[in-house]
Design a protein around this ligand. Structure first.
Ligand code: NAD
Length: 519
């Protein structure tokens, strides 16, 4: 079947880009160019989407088994290219090599999960028909068609693959616009896809900056999965509104961490250091502010500062890599200066510890919510710590944000109750960020952190259209879908309402109903 489809598609899948403008990707650690890619015009984006639409018909028509075989081949090819992928992640994004391997592992873990879960999560299911007991009711899930994925630079593989893997496994094709800061990794992935899939154009990449992304948001795609800042997310949503294209928005965060007085201080500090500083703090679910119970505040800060000072900044084997852009360094500097001017104390690091694209991790205390470092997304290696008098105060402050992405709580068993009170899409208990590495857990936020979910069964269904089917299986005397009713129809309905929903007769009615449905 696949062979015939490929032959049929060969005639339509030959358009090539004619772009002459190019975009250069630079190594943030050295400033040297890593490579260059074409800048796709709006017309070229539309052409890619048109090719994707043709591919979607064949890809969406495959059985789960056939598609899963294709996706498994893709997963294996990506794993076989792990060193190339990590090299690009390291050179384009600035992250240490170890973090590059961790990113590839996480991306492939999600791809593997999406492959394994798609058939079951998207299986049709029969549901109760309620009062229309003579109907068989079925919910089924169908591919949307073409998904436009617009990605950020901070996790340039893991983050877009969180949409791409689930979209492909659900039977869609994808046109991916990577960040202009990290396009080469996407081009590499698309090259691997082209060499692996039997069908052409299952996963295409259109490179360029904001204008190329804007063109994709306006194009004739069936859904846009956007990951990036809240400001750009709003622009994407406005552009998509022209065609009423649905959007999935994975935006920024200002994730809080709460440390109760019965927490293991050393472990909480260790998790805080990782959660705030991995990827140089450039993670959407970075720990961006910490609220610590008064009784252990000083001990926690001492431990935090000790562990932060043990980290190595820079080098291929460093713990903290280069910041990916000069713009991001400027934001971190601004947040630090603003906090210090408003009374924050620097325990280690500080604005003077910024050197080129490297920032020494910084711990601040005596912070409050007037400071940008406690209200705006910093996206850098900064850990502001605030003392709280009670867990109620900690929850109130943690929820005092327009964002609502991830969060973290540390403490004894009672801390689970605190986790439940946090207004966030995800919470890690006695850990940080773990929810993003567990493929069964849906990932996404609320408020300025966006809406919709990637990962998990919800992440697969996000890329489907839901179809409801009501099939009449036998006739009953009163057909509710007809004007031909017996003369006493109103009387019968009145009696039915009283019997089904009135007081005292519920058990009898339920029994009658059950008998009807069993037929
Ligand atoms: P960004 O909003 O600047 O850019 C994101 C993407 O949008 C890029 O590919 C960019 O070229 C494109 N773009 C720019 N203008 C556009 C337009 N008008 N129309 C369409 N596309 C356009 O974000 P960024 O700086 O690349 O990424 C950092 C942000 O992403 C942070 O806020 C971070 O928290 C967030 N993020 C969120 C998640 C999540 O899953 N929630 C994951 C990673 C990053």
């Amino acid at each position: 079947m696949l062979g015939a489809m490929v032959a049929a598609m060969a005639t339509v899948a030959t358009t090539t880009t004619t772009t002459t403008d190019r975009l250069t990707s630079y190594n943030p650690a050295t400033g040297e160019p890593v490579g260059s890619v074409p800048i796709f015009s709006a017309a070229e984006v539309d052409a890619a989407v048109a090719r994707s639409r043709v591919a979607a018909q064949a890809w969406g028509a495959l059985s789960f088994q056939a598609r899963n075989e294709e996706l498994t081949g893709f997963r294996k090819a990506l794993a076989n290219h792990v060193d190339d992928l990590v090299d690009l992640l390291h050179r384009e994004n600035g992250k240490p090599v170890l973090e590059g391997y961790s990113e590839v592992l996480n991306a492939l873990s999600h791809l593997s999960h999406a492959i394994g879960r798609a058939e079951e999560a998207l299986a049709s299911r029969k549901v109760s028909s309620g009062v229309l007991a003579n109907f068989r009711s079925t919910i089924s899930y169908h591919p949307l068609g073409v998904i436009g994925v617009i990605g950020p630079w901070n996790y340039p593989l893991f983050t877009p693959m969180g949409s791409i893997s689930y979209a492909l496994a659900a039977g869609n094709t994808v046109v991916w616009k990577p960040s202009e800061l990290t396009p080469l990794i996407a081009v590499k992935v698309a090259e691997i896809a082209a060499n692996t899939f039997a069908l052409p154009d299952v996963l295409q990449v259109v490179t360029g900056a904001g204008a190329t992304g804007a063109a994709l948001a306006k194009a004739a795609v069936d859904k846009i999965a956007f990951t990036g800042s809240a400001a750009t997310g709003k622009r994407v949503m406005m552009a998509a509104a022209e065609r009423l294209t649905p959007v999935l928005l994975e935006l920024g965060g200002k994730d809080p961490m709460i440390v109760a007085d019965d927490a293991d201080v050393e472990k909480a500090a260790e998790a805080a250091v990782f959660g705030a500083l991995t990827n140089a703090g450039q993670a959407c679910v970075s720990i961006e502010r910490i609220y610590v119970a008064d009784a252990i505040h000083d001990k926690f800060v001492d431990e935090l500062v000790k562990q932060v000072r043990e980290l190595k900044v820079g080098g291929d084997d460093g713990d903290i890599g280069a910041m990916t852009s000069a713009q991001q360094v400027a934001i971190v500097k601004d947040h630090l200066e603003d906090a210090i001017a408003k009374g924050a104390k620097v325990r280690t690091g500080g604005p003077d510890a910024i050197s080129g694209s490297y920032i020494q991790p910084t711990v601040l205390t005596d912070v409050d919510h007037r400071m940008k470092v406690m209200s705006d997304e910093t996206f850098g290696p900064v850990i502001p710590v605030k003392r709280v008098a009670s867990l109620d105060e900690a929850v109130k402050l943690a929820n005092d944000t327009t964002y609502g992405l991830g969060s973290s709580v540390f403490g004894g068993k009672a801390i689970r109750g605190i986790a439940a009170k946090l207004r966030a899409g995800m919470t890690a208990v006695n850990s940080v960020m773990a929810f993003s590495g567990i493929p069964n857990l849906p990932f996404g936020g609320i408020g300025d952190s966006g809406f919709g979910r990637i990962h998990g069964d919800e992440g697969l269904r996000e890329f489907t259209r839901v179809k409801s089917t009501a099939e009449q299986t036998f006739s009953i005397p009163m057909n509710m879908m007809s004007f031909r009713q017996p003369k006493d129809a109103s009387k019968r309905l009145r009696g039915m309402i009283k019997q089904l929903y009135g007081e005292g007769v519920v058990a009898k009615a339920t029994d009658t109903w059950r008998k009807l449905r069993a037929r």
